[in-house]
Design a protein. Structure first.
Length: 135
């Protein structure tokens, strides 16, 4: 079984591209397990990962394609939590979505994808940002 960690941002319209990338892998319906993950930075309502719309969308689409799906959540800085979970679960790859941001926006606010790329000790698959029309 090939395990892929799939960090999902709740307002991320590129989750469809993450699903497409995973279902394009050979034998995805037999040999791939996707661990859908969300790191809550602020969660006053006490939501769980299964209540995040983008996570539900990805879970349903991957399961329809025959991919085994598990859900994980944590609280804390996204990059730190993604890298820790990847190590703890010993995933084979991280499939992260990119977001359309200007170079100035990236410099001022940082980038989770960039932090994961720089800190990971395993392969990373970056998926292009999508549009709101996809979801």
């Amino acid at each position: 079984m090939y395990t892929i960690l799939v960090p999902i941002h709740p307002n991320h319209h590129g989750v469809t591209n993450q699903v497409r990338a995973i279902t394009a892998l050979p034998n995805h319906d037999q040999d791939v397990k996707a661990v859908l993950f969300h790191a809550f930075s602020d969660n006053p309502q006490g939501l769980s990962v299964s209540q995040v719309g983008a996570v539900r969308h990805a879970k349903e689409a991957l399961q329809r394609a025959g991919v085994t799906v598990e859900l994980e959540e944590s609280s804390g800085p996204a990059v730190f939590e993604i890298l820790n979970l990847a190590k703890r679960l010993d995933v084979d790859m991280i499939c992260i979505g990119g977001r359309k941001r200007s170079p100035v926006g990236k410099a001022l606010f940082g980038s989770v994808a960039q932090g994961v790329i720089l800190g990971a000790d395993r392969p990373i698959m970056i998926c292009a940002a999508g549009s709101e029309k996809e979801e």
